[in-house]
Design a protein around this ligand. Sequence first.
Ligand code: SF4
Length: 695
Amino acid sequence: MSKMDDLTRSTCPYCGVGCGVLLRKTDTGGLEVKGDPDHPANFGRLCSKGLALGETVGLSGRLTAPMINGNTKDWDSTLQLVADRFKETIAKHGPESVAFYLSGQMLTEDYYVANKLAKGFMGTANIDTNSRLCMASTVAGHKRAFGTDTVPGTYEDLELADVIVLTGSNLAWCHPVLYQRILAAKAQRPQMKIVVVDPRRTATCDGADLHLAIASGGDVALFNYLLAETHAQGGVNAEYVNANVDGFDAALEAAQACDVSQTGLSDADLQAFTKLWLSSEKVVTVFSQGVNQSVSGSDKVNAILNCHLATGRIGFAGSGPFSVTGQPNAMGGREVGGLANMLACHLDLENADHRHAVRQFWDAPEMPQAAGRKAVDMFRAVGRGDIKALWIIHTNPAVSMPDADAVRKAIAGCDFTVVSDVTGQTDTARLATVVLPAAAWAEKDGTVTNSDRTISRQRSVLKAPGSARADWAIIAEVGRRMGWVKAFDYENPAQIFREHAALSGIAGGFGRDFDISNKADLGTQDYDALQPFRWPDAAKQGGRFFEKGNFFTANGKGKMLPLSARSLAAPVTEAHPFRLNTGRNRDQWHTMTRTAKSARLSAHLAEPFLEIHPDDARDLGIQSADLVGVRNATGSAILRALITDRVGRGQTFAPMHWTGETAPSGRIDALVPDAVDPISGQPESKAAAVAVTRY
Ligand code: SF4
């Protein structure tokens, strides 16, 4: 049921846990929010951000009408301008001169329509998303090892595991309800062991049996060490490898040659880790942005997958590698092909058969044959003037992209920028030619997919203010005005969901993992009442991936890769002697456009701060709560000193959320280098080199 009395079932709009919520509109137009006891992600639990959702739906700062160059306009003339400018730009400069930059905040239906318009009809593959900053390395790693971007595990596997390795993941703050589920399972089974691999002693370490304070970028060396030691101690599952895995010998040889000192860990820590890993078949390795956001991100992912493939710790309950996504619909974006190198339903843009099938299904004109520009490359192209028309939807790249000052300058100089957002007050929206008012969470309908492949409905209970519209409706209207009336003749999100589900059946025919075609005939009322469901469909695909091998590669075998660690992009130097790590706070979300509306969320950590070790603070003459200047060649910030031994000597940490220009000011991504993983295109957001001084 979508409704219980006056309660409406929906899904939290923040992290990739994807908790179910029950919403009730109050008499004064506000919103009461509580956890949905029947949702399989959270069973009623919510974290501080989810519990405060009702405090964030106020209309202050909301955009209620389209704006062109700061002036209020009507929808008709504004959308005609958008359609005309994109059409003219393509006609004059080719499809490579236009681009879309999307967001893991978008609903699947919105994402699907944007991707169809760009790749199928405008003829550009320049459509990428802020998920590039979040999990692109996981996508690349999965595809290299499994043949598809398949997350093999589920949340239940974390509860059933005997050993959980959390690497590059501050789960306690960034995916709190999932962390609560693990702690609850550990309380039931105290023999369960938790290992945290993180340079920083985060809140997640409070529940850990072992914390490996790894050197930045040391993950490939750590998992190479684990593979070599597993082999040395007789822990390889030779029967499984012979039947199901390619590449073992080369991967082992590379692992044995790897320099373990790159981990920065003691022999005792390394041995304790190996002992725990080999103590049970039921091991889940959870990985997140600390792994992905790296110039070696894809290799880090594959180093983890290598260990699971070599030992057969995959494909059964309580075991396997498990990526957790940062955003509520990063997974849905992957499903619809929202990345520059993908097509809908996990089909590959650069595979001619896949491309032909999608083109036929969409009845689309000629489609691009090569991958488009990934996020960092896209904004470089905007800066050079190669991209002349840009549409940014529900994200704030002028703050959140690496080398953010250069990105801000690039957007400011772009010939024609459209921003769709709930507010016109973001740093990015202020730079745009056109700002389109979009419906917000609790005002719009669609689906999202969480980290364990569970698709849930987001539902509207509040009226969008002014003339704000759903994103799918805005994008489809531009498609129609560009001349593709039939292809974008959508009346509601249910129609889009059905089309996507039908296309997934074609993808299934190509041996792809994502197949929800059993939902292709869903009636609009059934869509309205849709209950959370996890793909794959048990009846059609067996319910659990890789139970008997059966990887999505050409020969059905999983692929191990020979890996060696790549150097960090920004070496620490005399001028920039500190390593800067960035990440999330417990109670804020991205650039705070929503969470800053809640006084109690803002009370948790009220200002942007820099964690610095006590010995480093002493050497620099910095006292607790002093303002400190942090700078490097690309940017600077002024932050409040938080002196703590949670970070090691020479290391610092700053949150990613703040954007203001007056001290303390935390445009921290201005200091993050725009170096990327050569395979995934994901930037290295956790290892800048900076100078720190008392301000
Ligand atoms: Fe929302 Fe994530 Fe918190 Fe769940 S854990 S309530 S999805 S922010």
